[in-house]
Design a protein around this ligand. Structure first.
Ligand SMILES: Cc1cc2nc3c(=O)[nH]c(=O)nc-3n(C[C@H](O)[C@H](O)[C@H](O)COP(=O)(O)OP(=O)(O)OC[C@H]3O[C@@H](n4cnc5c(N)ncnc54)[C@H](O)[C@@H]3O)c2cc1C
Length: 410
């Protein structure tokens, strides 16, 4: 949508005749957008450009030109044009003040109409082919269309019911791109430990979770962790999963380590637990920072349940302290791609010019959004990346058409 909008704006501003058409397989626009942020749409983040780039890990540098051409403040200004106000919450997360993702979709729809972008609905693209500088777009339910430039922004392969079934990877492969392995990103992780099952639904605030393969630390995240029916989830775990699912795909044995009290060192925790000295006191102590149900379950895991006020051996107290600082869980799997928040993997960044989002392999082709091999932690970064790369791709596609001999459809 942003690609179409910025293309239309460029053509109008530069006085060119070309027109812009969105081909959308659904009967409405933005079905995935409408379910983002649990229906509230965490559209962007208030953090700085550098922090944004960091949220994408080492590949984030690719995004500098896109973010420089259209960043979070531009998004706020764009929505304000049609009266949609945004607000900033914890962690810099930005949402519409109405808390309704549907209002974001509606705002984009209004902007598209206002800027003269046409949309063809129920128009599933089945092929894209380039010949002598012209593109032929094959559609599922009607005859082909021709145009001078194409922006492919068909999203990833998760939540296929929203329309993002991964068609774009095949379309791009057909014209010479090499989308790599696709994996679920931002997913809950599966842990077989039986005692966790007693705690389903419990939410732990400010916990630090690490993922290890043997002696190698894959990643560490801190934040909310939720106990799910298959293991652990919640924002910290979803972000951690970006490092875990590739390791699982390589059949590595992954161990998760939850630090239930990251604000204390192991020495401080040991001091506290030794000061408690018995099971009753330990229960009182850990119930101060953990839900009571969880504290009771841990007493069982630590083998001190029912030991009352009997003094515990030093060895046991040390083991309890170590466990508070690192509850170990085996990670045997992750939720599947179909229910992932994002798709990990995609079109290799080396095949795309970051200054234009143009394909380095085929002229007149631009690629944006989740199709690219870019993924960030939770917090509104992924949507902003889709908006920013879309905006840049659209503008550069329009520039490309404006420079080509026969102005035509985009
Ligand atoms: C449940 C959920 C919650 C999320 N919450 C957040 C959040 O709060 N904040 C955040 O930053 N990110 C969030 N995300 C991630 C975010 O939604 C995606 O990263 C983003 O939507 C990607 O944008 P996109 O434009 O690349 O693709 P999409 O939004 O998937 O849009 C692609 C469009 O292309 C259409 N299409 C696909 N194939 C074809 C075809 N062959 N022909 C024609 N049209 C086609 C689809 O119907 C769709 O409308 C969430 C994702 C999910 C699943």
């Amino acid at each position: 949508m942003l690609a179409a909008l910025s293309a239309a704006r460029y053509l109008t501003a530069s006085g060119h005749d070309g027109s812009v058409l969105i081909l959308e397989r659904n009967r409405v626009l933005g079905r995935k957008l409408a379910i983002t942020g649990k229906g509230r749409a965490n559209v962007t983040n208030a953090r700085s450009l550098d922090e944004f780039v960091q949220a994408f890990g080492p590949s984030g540098r690719f995004l500098y030109p896109a973010f420089e051409s259209f960043f979070s403040d531009d998004l706020v200004a764009l929505f304000a044009e049609v009266g949609l106000q945004l607000k900033t919450e914890r962690g810099g997360r930005v949402f519409p003040v109405t808390d309704k993702a549907q209002d974001v979709v509606q705002a984009l729809g209004l902007l598209l109409v206002r800027d003269g972008v046409d949309t063809l609905y129920s128009a599933r693209v089945r092929s894209i082919d380039s010949e002598s500088g012209d593109w032929t777009i094959g559609l599922e339910s009607r005859g082909p269309l021709r145009c001078r430039a194409v922006v492919v922004a068909t999203g990833g392969k998760s939540y296929p019911g929203t329309g993002s079934t991964g068609d774009g990877y095949e379309l791009l492969e057909h014209v010479g791109h090499h989308p790599g392995r696709l994996l679920p990103g931002l997913v809950s992780l599966h842990c077989p430990e039986k005692w966790l099952r007693e705690l389903v639904g419990i939410s732990l605030e400010g916990v630090a979770v690490e993922a290890w393969v043997g002696p190698k630390l894959l990643a560490r995240r801190q934040g909310e962790v939720m106990i799910t029916d298959r293991g652990i989830g919640g924002p910290a775990v979803l972000s951690l999963s970006l490092a875990v699912t590739p390791a699982l795909a390589e059949s590595h044995a992954v161990v998760l380590c939850m630090d239930l009290r990251p604000e204390k060192t192991l020495a401080q925790e040991l001091h506290d637990i030794e000061a408690c000295g018995n099971a009753d006191e330990i229960l009182v102590n850990v119930s101060r920072f953990l839900p009571r149900r969880m504290a009771l379950e841990l007493m069982y895991v630590w083998g001190i349940e029912g030991k009352g006020s009997t003094p515990l051996p030093k060895k046991t107290l040390a083991a309890v302290a170590r466990s508070v600082k690192g509850v170990e869980l085996r990670c045997t799997g992750a939720d599947p791609l179909a229910s992932a928040i994002i798709t990990q993997g995609g079109v290799p960044l080396r095949e795309v010019d970051p200054r234009s989002m143009g394909s380095r392999l085929v002229p007149g082709l631009f690629i944006a959004g989740e199709l690219l091999d870019l993924q960030a932690v939770t917090g509104g970064y992924n949507l902003q990346a889709a908006f920013s790369t879309g905006f840049l791709a659209g503008r550069c596609a329009a520039e490309y058409v404006a420079k080509s001999p026969n102005d035509s459809k985009l």
